[in-house]
Design a binder for this molecule. Structure first.
Ligand SMILES: *[C@@H]1O[C@H](CO)[C@@H](O)[C@H](O)[C@H]1NC(C)=O
Ligand SMILES: *[C@@H]1O[C@H](CO)[C@@H](O)[C@H](O)[C@H]1NC(C)=O
Length: 351
């Protein structure tokens, strides 16, 4: 009985199997290539116009000619200084260990971080004497704590000591205490993990990963902006003196044939040997309304107000996840490290 049934069904079984294999083969052959693979074709779209890092989150920009691009963001290469990194310092509130930025204290944008030797970080601000502290002697280097940043995410932090805390509190609060300074050493074991805190993001932005986050950056270590986008916004509000600096990019790109907001559609970016994938547009907040060179907050909420009128995230990306926040610039995840410099050609690729 069994064998009879088997014999009878064999051609059908065989045909079904051949059919299934054929369909699978066609699927493998014709499925859309995964966007996450490295592009094979690149197109030159412009040049690097500016390179910037912000050693203190919320603090003044450092303008670079050459940028050393690492997994967590731009690092300053100096022969006789401490290796300053993008957003590796953060001010936090002593009472609840919550980070603070120029959104809370606009005068923070005038705090300038430099280095004078391999052990020493130097901070200057208007009306203050220079603050120097020796990183190797920080008591807390062996007992780091955590500070909370966006979405209650807790991030590794080495406290920079009482002298720095007092200096920062005096400058920002006009009081001897209240704020402290935290430092991230950038070691791989101390990097962030946003798997739980940012679960919702991954649903909409599948190429975002913990491994591409900056130290105390909002998300990844690289924010790219196209000058044409800034010019287009600036034309709408001539009285506001908006420049790319309002948006605190790491990489500013310009190109004769670049149209405003072209960068929204870029999949991959390559400059020299360095390569990134576009993982998310950058949503903008009130920080953009602070004049980056005076620390004065605009009373008319520009340029944010105008940007909101035509660049809401949900309209630009068709993803209704970040409400009415407008977008400007793109977050890039580093895929190959190296060095880039002003004037380098910028290539884009699709995969
Ligand atoms: C910083 O502290 C270390 C450890 O005490 C010391 O060896 C080094 O000389 C100090 N550096 C400076 C510039 O004072
Ligand atoms: C824009 O810049 C001009 C020239 O520097 C200055 O006079 C004016 O006050 C600025 N306006 C604003 C809104 O900052």
């Amino acid at each position: 009985m069994m064998s009879k049934l088997f014999n009878f069904n064999l051609p059908i079984v065989a045909a079904t199997a051949i059919g299934a294999v054929t369909i699978l083969g066609m699927y493998l052959l014709y499925r859309k290539p995964k966007r996450n693979s490295i592009p094979t074709e690149w197109k030159a779209v412009g040049k690097v116009k500016g390179l910037y890092m912000y050693p203190l989150k919320g603090g003044r920009r450092v303008e670079l000619k050459t940028a050393h691009c690492t997994g967590y963001g731009i690092q300053l290469k100096t022969e006789n200084g401490y290796p300053l990194k993008d957003r590796f310092l953060a001010v936090y509130k002593e009472a609840n260990k919550e980070y603070k930025t120029s959104k809370n204290y606009p005068k923070m944008v005038l705090m300038e971080v430099t280095t004078i030797n391999p052990d020493t970080i130097t901070i200057n601000a208007p009306g203050m004497s220079t603050l120097n502290f020796n990183v190797s002697t920080l008591d807390s280097i062996n007992k780091p704590n955590k500070i909370s940043i966006w979405d209650n995410e807790k991030v590794f932090t080495i406290d920079c000591g009482d002298k720095a805390a007092q200096w920062i509190s005096e400058y920002i609060l006009d009081k001897p205490s209240g704020l402290r300074l935290g430092l991230h050493d950038g070691l791989p074991d101390h990097r962030r993990n946003i798997k739980e805190t940012h679960q919702k993001y991954f649903k909409f932005y599948p190429y975002l990963e913990s491994s591409s986050l900056g130290l105390y950056s909002y998300l990844t270590g690289y924010l790219l902006i196209n000058q044409a986008s800034v010019d287009e916004l600036s034309m709408r509000i001539p009285a506001s003196n908006v420049t790319a600096h309002n948006f605190r990019p790491n990489i500013l790109v310009e190109g004769e044939n670049l149209g405003p907001y072209d960068e929204d559609k870029w999949g991959w970016v390559k400059i020299g040997d360095v390569m990134w994938q576009n993982v998310k547009p950058c949503t903008r907040c009130l920080i953009t309304t602070i004049d980056p060179d005076t620390g004065i907050k605009a009373t008319d909420e520009e340029p944010l107000k105008t940007l909101k009128s035509y660049r809401k995230s949900k309209d630009v990306t068709k993803i209704d996840f970040e409400g009415d926040d407008p977008v400007m610039g793109i977050y890039l995840a580093l895929k190959r490290d190296g060095e880039i410099k002003i004037g380098d050609t910028v290539f884009i690729g699709k995969s």
